[in-house]
Design a protein around this ligand. Structure first.
Ligand SMILES: Cc1cc2nc3c(=O)[nH]c(=O)nc-3n(C[C@H](O)[C@H](O)[C@H](O)COP(=O)(O)OP(=O)(O)OC[C@H]3O[C@@H](n4cnc5c(N)ncnc54)[C@H](O)[C@@H]3O)c2cc1C
Length: 526
């Protein structure tokens, strides 16, 4: 029987990061991936001839600088174009709003809606920057044991408190608010203009199981500021070659370090003997042994699908069953034979096509979109975030053609009536009609449509409930509680079994942090 030092189940970007670090430390590592390509939710797929589409994740920012540097990713093809302008919002009254990399240009835009908001915006951004810096310092660390068991655990909390002390009193209050408030409440304290607030609030609801007025969404807003491009905090960018190029660069780095990667190799079972995970069985029956195993799968799949429940403590199992992981997002990818012409900013190509383009006029609109989802219906009028990666990288589509990615909130995984398979066409129709209100030529330029509902996301990418973060990012499922209290340190109740995916601290996004942290913990126990 084959034997490795470590097996990584799943070649999502986190599994690949873990493999790369383990291999560089001299471990004999095997990565096993169910699909025919690596990357999980960070992939480029040629879904139509000549169109290379980032079918799920579409922008980068969170991927940690340290990982990019350690794994030498630019050498393996990782290249990012910073998005500028960052945001473009079109409003029904024909006005528009840009946010630029250049703060003075952004302030001039904000002043169009509220001179007072333009005055406070620098202080808002600076405070978010200070808080993000402190929280970012925790991303590449292992959370302290919770509940604490001994003196050593209490010492870790003291170290954490020392880090937080770097924030002054005002920022500390703001930090507590960020962890508990809704995005709308948080923004209401700063701004008066609806247009400014809704543009900033979208980051608080992308991927969230809640509306802008749901407590906890302020944190999602901060989570989306936890990175940057080329040293510019909070900035997002398009990856040359699409998001698959991120995963391929990490895979190439891992292979250069000696890791082996097998695709079309779905794991059916984690093998356990005397409370220790000692190997895996593939769907075809092949068994492979290893000293340690890390699962890149979400916690539900790892513990409820790949393990026999008799091997797990009932209390732990109950906590995993309660782990909330229903998604509320859909992704729609379009092939276009031209560019959308917006009423609020005529002309094509224009600077707005380089931005993330928002269709969500005000906070109440988004809250109403969430109301539908709360009662098991896709939003009648959803929040849409549009991107056109071919503006930055024309090689992704045939000459003269474009790709548009649409991220849609809200599309609840569990529907009260109907099934997702029945609702595909009506959803596509509603989305095109909605865009048409702002960009009347859209229907004419759409050549192809791919719709990925939460159910499709689950089926295609293997993420339970179609949840883009491998589990809700709410306070009770974060940091020392991710995925469940007592087991946030990448280890699991089974000796030799670790978690290296987004269901572990610090959660979802193409960040690489769970994979990095998990590899460090595995190396400690070697
Ligand atoms: C539609 C969508 C849009 C998003 N947009 C962005 C974005 O723009 N920017 C951003 O930063 N984040 C975005 N995200 C979130 C981000 O992509 C994910 O949180 C992140 O990629 C998850 O990475 P991971 O490595 O933890 O897990 P995954 O990427 O889910 O990888 C898990 C891997 O395990 C494999 N697998 C599953 N079962 C088995 C098995 N039995 N045996 C072997 N392999 C198996 C899967 O095929 C997959 O490759 C988006 C996600 C989605 C779905």
């Amino acid at each position: 029987m084959l034997r490795y030092d470590a097996i990584i189940i799943g070649a999502g970007h986190n599994g690949l990061v873990a493999a790369a670090y383990l291999a560089r430390a001299g471990s004999k590592v095997l990565v096993l991936e169910r699909r025919e390509l690596v990357g999980g939710c960070s992939v480029t797929e040629e879904i139509w001839p000549g169109y290379r589409v980032s079918t799920a994740a579409y922008l980068t920012s969170l991927l940690q600088e340290r990982i990019i540097r350690d794994l030498d990713l630019p050498r393996f093809g990782y290249q990012v174009d910073a998005k500028d302008p960052a945001f473009f919002s079109a409003f029904p009254d024909g006005r528009h709003f840009f946010m630029w990399q250049d703060r003075s240009k952004t302030l001039a835009e904000i002043a169009k809606f509220s001179p007072r908001d333009a005055e406070v915006y620098p202080a808002y951004e600076d405070q978010l920057e200070r808080i993000a810096q402190v929280v970012e310092g925790l991303l590449l660390t292992t959370p302290p044991q919770f509940p604490p068991r001994g003196l050593g655990d209490f010492l870790e909390y003291l170290k954490l408190a020392a880090k937080l002390r770097r924030l002054g009193a005002k920022d500390l209050v703001a930090l507590v608010k960020i962890f508990t408030q809704s995005a709308a409440e948080f923004l209401d304290e700063w701004f008066e203009s609806e247009q400014v607030k809704v543009t900033l609030a979208t980051d608080g609801v992308i991927g969230a199981n809640g509306g802008p007025r749901s407590p906890g969404t302020a944190y999602i807003l901060l989570h989306h500021c936890m990175g940057g491009v080329a040293g510019h905090r909070g900035l997002w960018g398009f990856v040359r070659g699409g998001m698959g190029a991120v995963s391929e660069a990490i895979a190439a780095s891992a292979k250069a370090g000696g890791a082996e990667i097998r695709t079309n190799a779905a794991v059916a079972k984690i093998l356990v003997r005397d409370g220790r995970a000692y190997g895996v069985a593939l769907e075809g029956g092949e068994e492979i042994e290893a000293g340690a195993i890390a699962s890149n799968l979400d916690p539900k799949l790892t513990f409820l699908r790949l393990l026999d429940e008799r091997d797990l403590d009932p209390e732990f199992l109950a906590a995993i069953r309660r782990y909330r992981i229903e998604g509320t997002s859909a992704k729609i990818n379009l092939a276009l034979n031209g560019l959308p012409e917006f009423k609020a900013f005529p002309g094509a190509p224009g600077p707005h096509h380089r931005a993330t383009m928002h269709i969500c006029p005000d906070i109440e609109y988004v809250e109403r979109a969430w109301d539908d989802a709360k009662y098991g219906r896709p939003s009648e009028r959803p929040l849409l975030e549009l991107t056109i990666p071919t503006i930055y990288d024309p090689s992704l589509a045939p000459p003269g053609k474009h790709i548009m990615g649409i991220f849609l909130q809200y599309a609840p995984y569990t529907l009260r009536e109907h099934t997702w398979d029945d609702l595909l066409d009506p959803l596509a129709g509603r989305v095109i009609s909605l865009i048409e209100e702002y960009a009347p030529n859209i229907r004419r330029i759409v050549e192809r449509i791919q719709i990925l509902t939460p159910l499709d996301l689950e089926r295609r990418f293997g993420i339970t409930g179609g949840n883009i973060f491998h589990g809700e990012m709410s306070l009770d499922q974060m940091f020392v509680m991710r995925p469940v209290a007592g087991w946030a340190r990448y280890r699991t109740p089974l000796r030799g079994l670790y978690l290296c995916g987004s269901g572990a601290h610090p959660g979802g996004g193409v960040m690489g942090a769970p994979g990095y942290n998990c590899a460090r913990e595995m190396l400690k126990s070697r």
